[in-house]
Design a protein around this ligand. Sequence first.
Ligand code: GDD
Ligand code: MG
Length: 372
Amino acid sequence: MSVSSASDAMADRLEAILLVGGQGTRLRPLTISTPKPLLPTAGVPFLAHQLAKAAAAGVGRVVLATAYQAPMFADHFGDGSVFGLEICYAHEDSPLGTGGAIRNAAGALRSGPDQPVIILNGDVLSGHDLSAQLDIHAKHDAAVTLHLVEVDDPARFGCVPTDVDGRVTAFLEKTPVPVTNRINAGCYVFRRNVIEAIPAGVVTSVERETFPALIRSGAVVMGYAESAYWLDVGTPEAFVQGSCDLVLGCLASPALAGSPGVPGQALLLPGAVVEAGARVGGGTVVSAGAVVGAGAVVEASVLFEGARVGPGASVHRSVLGRDSSIAAGAVVDGAVIGDCAVVGEGNELRNGIRLWPGVELGPTAVRFSTDA
Ligand code: GDD
Ligand code: MG
């Protein structure tokens, strides 16, 4: 390769791949119509928070690794210029797993073989210092550098023990017997040529195959541990929590810079209606066309566009889908109400209940709860 063509192959800007092809099964029924990374979160699609953070950290080009409902991503983000990014799209005809998706998306990268490429799971809110993670990667000339966080329930994640120097000694995905509370936070820096070693066009898990194989082979895999805000929004409880935390200002997102009402107790988007005597707080979002009736109480919840809460109803820690409706006096607590679903008068829905889109519960005064 001549000198000029070698430099042509080098990206002049830092590149990132965002993994956004999962089906968001744990967030059904919200993810039936909208993929998880596009769910409205504090008034913008979830991914906008990650894109704005990446841009703020110096990323210039992003490849979105899509599979499930792929066309919706380009409809939302176009060429990325709104974020000051260049966004392009890689597509898997059938999902290739996290490793296969990264390998597939790498076809759109311009970085040279030794340059760092950032990989992000598309469902994580994080306040960690991406530049510091890149510095650790460069300092150790690592093959991969993983962002690590400590959680109370490591069995739900990738468990990642390290030695005293921060070098990763094992990667145990969703093990029932975690050896440490330190887990994979879903943000990696890969040396570009390490991505090329993942087999092309084959379903591969970066967590179950690529990382364990790299560690076994003696490659330098580093951990970058930081205790800043971190949340995987992949369950309804976590999704509500993430949206509320953004509104309350527990995590400052550059996607919300200059947004009136943030930080605050509630984010009322243009076209939202909160009638007299209603109480809305705890980081609740009321979207355009959504209505909270007189005397209703809505705490720590997310109301999608056109959702209606009747007078005197009570909604806590819940998501109300598009054009759904909660009748006067009904109680919804820790529930997910699908698009256009109706909760009639007198109903009580609690503790993880999910109502599928369009389902109508009449005024039957039934109590639904997952409690015994
Ligand atoms: N393109 C593409 N293709 N993306 C995919 C595919 C695929 O086949 N499968 C999953 N993804 C994307 C999802 O959209 C999500 O953004 C990301 O990969 C991770 O998938 P999740 O389904 O959210 O995984 P998880 O939360 O159970 O576990 C992962 O994240 C944890 C941290 O939040 C793992 O990486 C764990 O090790 C980690 O601890
Ligand atoms: Mg996840």
